[in-house]
Write a protein that binds this ligand. Structure first.
Ligand SMILES: Nc1ncnc2c1ncn2[C@@H]1O[C@H](COP(=O)(O)OP(=O)(O)OP(=O)(O)O)[C@@H](O)[C@H]1O
Ligand SMILES: [Mg+2]
Length: 276
């Protein structure tokens, strides 16, 4: 099992999420409410150890003792256990439940353990796509196109469920040991018909962010599933060339790059230009 938890989401890209006032000490990063190996969750899921973590969640490997299979359990980070994040976490689980496709992840259960919400999902035994690309810096073109086609199918299934993912990037795509990609982490997903402030949030990851997401109200005419298609194009560019379409210092500069009509010309280059 070599899934890597290094998915980076710049703080500015989470600007709509609650953060502590600057005068208070930073909240603990250690997810105290997350169970330990050996603990039993929901009466049947025996925790075996960590699988990965991100800005919002901690994902654990567990054994479903009733069905005799391994699963992944996602917990919300302890310091995010307020109403806003609980609601967001529920939205993530519901978004997963709306989609059923070989290139997405299946959700099995939703519950609460010692006051901490969690959901149980299909386990992917493999790598995140960013790690996969590091291991395959010159992927065979046909293999890369097969991979991309499947990723697009997964995103299309999410869109068919009237949902926008809003954080398509390599570290949110899991590749199993048969090379099948799964579009994961619906933590920012919203319903296409969702009305209200969430439509105008500046969320996602600058290196893959569509202009209308980076500059809501100034660029484009609102959030649509095309924002994911834009991010997919950035992933395709990176997978096929080994570098990002835009390379700049700083999140804001990166977001501007997406909004102006220029792009780094393709050439074979060191992978150092890669970003999360
Ligand atoms: N179903 C799964 N099977 C195996 N590993 C998983 C699974 N889901 C997530 N992981 C691991 O946990 C990590 C974090 O998961 P996820 O991206 O859902 O968390 P997050 O906190 O929402 O991330 P982000 O920082 O992108 O918001 C993943 O990068 C991956 O390494
Ligand atoms: Mg993630």
């Amino acid at each position: 099992m070599s899934l890597d938890g290094s998915n980076f989401v710049p703080p500015c890209a989470r600007s709509s999420r609650k953060s502590p006032p600057p005068t208070l000490p930073a909240p603990p990063v250690t997810p105290a409410a997350v169970p330990e190996p050996g603990d039993l969750v929901g009466g049947v899921y025996r925790v075996l150890g960590p699988l990965g973590s991100g800005a919002m969640g901690v994902v654990l490997l567990a054994n479903d003792e009733s069905l005799g299979r391994r699963v992944a359990i996602k917990f919300i980070r302890a310091h995010l256990l307020d109403e806003t994040f609980r609601e967001r976490f529920t939205m993530e689980a519901r978004a997963m439940a709306r989609v059923n496709h070989p290139n997405t992840l299946q959700i099995y259960a939703f519950g609460e353990h010692d006051g901490a919400p969690y959901f149980v999902m299909e386990l992917v035994d493999g790598l995140t796509l960013d790690v996969w690309m590091e291991k395959h810096p010159r992927p065979d073109l046909d293999a890369a196109l097969v991979m991309l086609t499947q990723i697009c199918s997964g995103v299309a299934a999410i869109h068919a469920a009237s949902t926008v993912h809003r954080d398509i990037k390599p570290s949110n795509i899991l590749v199993d040991d048969t090379q099948r990609p799964r579009v994961a982490d619906l933590g920012l997903a919203i319903l296409l018909r969702h009305e209200g402030d969430l439509q105008h949030e500046i969320v996602g990851t600058p290196a893959y962010m569509a202009p209308e997401v980076a500059f809501p109200g100034s660029v484009g005419d609102g959030l649509g599933d095309r924002a994911d298609v834009y991010s997919l194009a950035c992933v395709a560019y990176e997978l096929l060339t080994g570098r990002l379409p835009f390379v700049t210092d700083g999140d804001r500069a990166m977001m501007f790059q997406h909004a102006v009509p220029s792009c780094t010309p393709w050439r074979r280059s060191p992978l150092s230009a890669r970003r999360p």
